[in-house]
Design a protein around this ligand. Structure first.
Ligand code: FAD
Length: 456
């Protein structure tokens, strides 16, 4: 039995079905919304118009799941888990009926819920989250409702990766865009010196980013629709407001059933993705905490890449196979227009928080040979442990071809390499793809010098 019919839940169901046929394993999946198995990651690109149609984001329809003998019950919410009695209570949101049904093995994949502060005006027409396909459709309808013949203004609240991606989407839709960011710089998953580069590039794209801005209320016009966003400093005119303030694990249902949650509010699991202390319950995706292999602590990182892997592991174990999820190194990529942003491992403040001493080095390079057409600047920041030179983290900001370079660093982190070992990596080179010294190698060399220069 699966609770939650998106990335983690349906990956688990599909993988279990691959391993065991319907005669051996009955699979029931509950999904409270109208959509299943879709890419929320694609919502900013659908809203921007880069992706043509909502259905392009749907990987598998409910009918396709049912054809594979998965009893997917849409618009059905699980409202209670009875762990000892091995049953759940389901609410059919169409009919209002509730019923109990039993399980042998339970998979909890309830995802995350967006942070939505209780501000005056937050529920006004024209204020939108972008968590689900339904949210994306409501935002698109709202954009259409704003008269295209005049100046149109969008305010994006939050400057994490969803905030900056939505800023791009609004820009492409012809809106003037202001991003209100409570932090010191946009992209708080980067160190502030790298976030500053994102801020400046957004400025160059015509996106106004206001740092240190705390939204206090949302004001409405005579038609009841959003008209302005107020911070503690001033107000910003807005025809539409997009909220991208982050998410929290949706773990309340499981917590009420007695399952263990960690310091970040997510469910805790073992390496097989089994809920801690329960032999027949698994949990994965945005509702769990993951082990950060660099910091040696659990964190809550809501990413589809993890959710799909969790689902695969859970499905293997539920289906009688074997799988484990060892943890993450914290890799994430994003973009705003042509600016690519990437990070992996620890930021400076993360290293300090776990008591690590470190050195840093930052280099400027280009993603292609400097003489090759289209060569654009790229900045790489590298963090390594004091004395040992073990790689701790990498952040990259640049144009086309910059972001996915972080994968080299992710592999190096996973392998526990030192920056000295990284300098000898046999990375590919030809002028259209990189300078003869790849920027990652240049950064590694400079970091080696910093490690040596820092002495003992
Ligand atoms: C705008 C946006 C952009 C993103 N971009 C990226 C990206 O570029 N890269 C990346 O890696 N990740 C990205 N993500 C994150 C990614 O989409 C999520 O990490 C992923 O969807 C998590 O999958 P999940 O199955 O754990 O949770 P969800 O996708 O949230 O699915 C959980 C499902 O459970 C259902 N549910 C919850 N409680 C119940 C209940 N009690 N009963 C029945 N059903 C229930 C919910 O309706 C939901 O459908 C993005 C997310 C958003 C919103």
């Amino acid at each position: 039995m699966v609770i939650g019919g998106d990335a983690a839940g349906m990956s688990a169901a599909s993988q279990a079905r691959r391993l065991k046929g319907p005669d051996e394993l009955e699979i029931i999946a509950f999904e409270r919304s109208r959509f299943t198995s879709y890419s929320a990651c694609g919502i900013p690109y659908w809203v921007s118009g880069d992706v043509g149609h909502r259905d392009d984001l749907i990987a598998r329809t409910p009918e396709e799941h049912r054809e594979r003998a998965i009893d997917l019950r849409m618009r059905t919410e699980v409202t209670e888990i009875d762990v000892a009695g091995r049953r759940v209570r389901a609410l059919d949101r169409e009919s209002g009926d509730t019923y109990w049904t039993g399980f042998d093995k339970l998979v909890i994949a309830t995802g995350a819920r967006p942070v939505r502060p209780e501000l005056p005006g937050i529920d006004a027409p024209g204020v939108h989250g972008v968590q689900t396909l339904g949210d994306g459709q409501a935002l698109l309808d709202s954009l259409d409702a704003v008269d295209a013949g005049r100046r149109r203004r969008a305010v994006v609240v939050g400057a994490g990766y969803i905030g900056v991606e939505m800023a791009e989407a609004m820009l492409k839709r012809g809106f003037e865009v202001t991003v209100l960011n409570r932090g010191e710089q946009p992209m708080a998953t980067l160190d502030p010196d790298m976030g500053r580069l994102v801020h400046d590039a957004m400025d160059g794209l015509g996106i106004t980013t206001v740092n240190g801005a705390s939204v206090t209320k949302i004001l409405t016009g005579p038609d009841g629709r959003v008209s302005e966003v107020a911070t503690d400093e001033r107000t910003y005119p807005a025809d539409v407001v997009v909220l991208g303030i982050g998410v929290e694990p949706e773990a309340e249902l499981a917590r009420e059933a007695g399952l263990t949650v960690g310091p970040h509010g997510g469910l805790l699991t073992d390496l097989a993705m089994r809920a801690v202390g329960h032999d027949n319950i698994w949990a994965g995706g945005d509702c769990v905490e993951v082990l950060d292999l660099v910091a040696g602590r659990t964190r809550h990182i809501a990413l589809g890449t993890h959710a799909n892997k969790h689902g695969q592991v859970i499905g293997s174990n539920v289906g009688g196979g074997y799988g484990t999820f060892p943890g993450v190194v914290g890799t994430a990529v994003s973009k705003v227009c042509d600016l690519e942003i990437a990070r992996t491992g620890l930021r400076e403040k993360d290293a300090r928080a776990v008591g690590l001493r470190y050195v840093t080095a930052t280099i400027e390079s280009t993603q292609r040979a400097g003489y090759y057409p289209g060569a654009k600047p790229m900045t790489v920041k590298m963090i390594a442990e004091h004395r040992t030179g073990r790689l701790l983290g990498v952040q990259i900001v640049g144009r086309e071809g910059a972001a996915k370079r972080v994968d080299v660093a992710a592999v190096a982190l996973t392998a526990g390499m030192t920056v000295e070992q990284m300098t000898a990596l046999d990375l590919g080179y030809a002028p259209p793809f990189s300078p003869v010294w790849d920027p990652v190698l240049v950064a590694a060399r400079k970091t080696v010098a910093a490690v040596r220069g820092a002495g003992s």
